[in-house]
Design a protein around this ligand. Sequence first.
Ligand SMILES: C[S@@+](CC[C@H](N)C(=O)[O-])C[C@H]1O[C@@H](n2cnc3c(N)ncnc32)[C@H](O)[C@@H]1O
Ligand SMILES: [Zn+2]
Ligand SMILES: [Zn+2]
Ligand SMILES: [Zn+2]
Length: 403
Amino acid sequence: MTADGIDGLERFDSPGKGRGLRVNRAYRVGELLFVCPAYSHVLSVSERGYTCEHCFARKEGLSKCGKCKKAFYCNVECQRGDWAMHKLECSAMCSFGESWCPSETVRLAARVITRMKVQKEKSASEKLLLLSDLEANLDKLDNEKREMNEADIAELHHFYSKHLDFPDHQALLTLFAQVHCNGFTVEDEELSHIGSAVFPDVALMNHSCCPNVIVTYRGTSAEVRAVKDISPGEEIYTSYIDLLYPTEDRMERLRDSYYFTCDCKECKTKSKDKVKLKLRKVNELLELCELSMEKMGSIFEDSNVYMLHMMYQAMGVCMYMEDYDGAVSYGEKVIKPFRQLYPAYSLNVASMYLKLGRLYMALDRSAAGSTALKKALAIMEVVHGKDHVYVKELQKEISAHQK
Ligand SMILES: C[S@@+](CC[C@H](N)C(=O)[O-])C[C@H]1O[C@@H](n2cnc3c(N)ncnc32)[C@H](O)[C@@H]1O
Ligand SMILES: [Zn+2]
Ligand SMILES: [Zn+2]
Ligand SMILES: [Zn+2]
């Protein structure tokens, strides 16, 4: 180990992309490049009671904070460990009651500010890039973005005035711009949202729509694994966005949130756009707004990504309504095009197999269930690593059904 930096990796100036990260040795598919503990993290309000606020372990029997009764922990150690952060919200949640509703971004920013006050030395999350040096793209913000940042700052003052020593206004504007451009959402194995976090070293990676690494989470740490073989000297790219959508949509999303135009191979060749946008009868497209799902189906190929998006949503609705047969039928329609349209190793594909597999099992279709779960497992062993809890739990799940 070197005192500074991360073995095998090096920060460099990537032409046209600002700073970037590259490897100085070869990496194979599935290999771990690095782990980065969160500099700051925050649990989603919707996860309260299911997941520990401090270590993000999801389990039953968590104990709650005696004061606010809203934060839940594995044990006293987790509760103590979290107090410096939880105290920002504990009494405020009591006094605001129902009207306590800061956004997750604001909650995360409050935690970052708090940590910055005490973190005087370089943290284990900043081996290659300091939190204060995160790209803010301040010169690229338009009025709308500026107003959003001002609204965030107002919210921060409103909900956190009691326990927070606020930096000056300009510093706050920079911080929110940095969080927007470098923040991560933490998701579980089915891609359900758990929380938000800042991982400075991970934020050094630039974007590509044909990424060679994937970021997954273990507790509150981010892990970066190769999903392609990477040669010495190559830049590491992750994807910032959902890769299902056609080039124009991806471009717009990247410009709007990250202020750049992607020049990756897929953006240049648009090789998958044609399938992604396949229509049956183009001229009927205009009537789309009034169409039901059934009629949509007569216009769009099942591989049309907007059709896929609808079916994915419909699957979620069925789950919510506990209509598992309905959910399965949408899942089955989605999975094949997902495999075709997403890269070979994709969290979206893995999570879809996982959901489908679990649905089959719930419906006593164990052969189909086992096949789907094994497909999820094969991807997850690469992207999450064979020793990840999600992988171990899934292995147990599969063998339990085989008995
Ligand atoms: C999370 S940061 C990545 C690290 C950044 N290059 C830096 O110097 O800190 C995201 C920003 O990096 C730049 N970026 C990322 N991917 C890029 C790409 N493919 N082409 C051009 N700029 C890119 C954009 O400015 C974007 O807002
Ligand atoms: Zn815990
Ligand atoms: Zn509390
Ligand atoms: Zn691209």
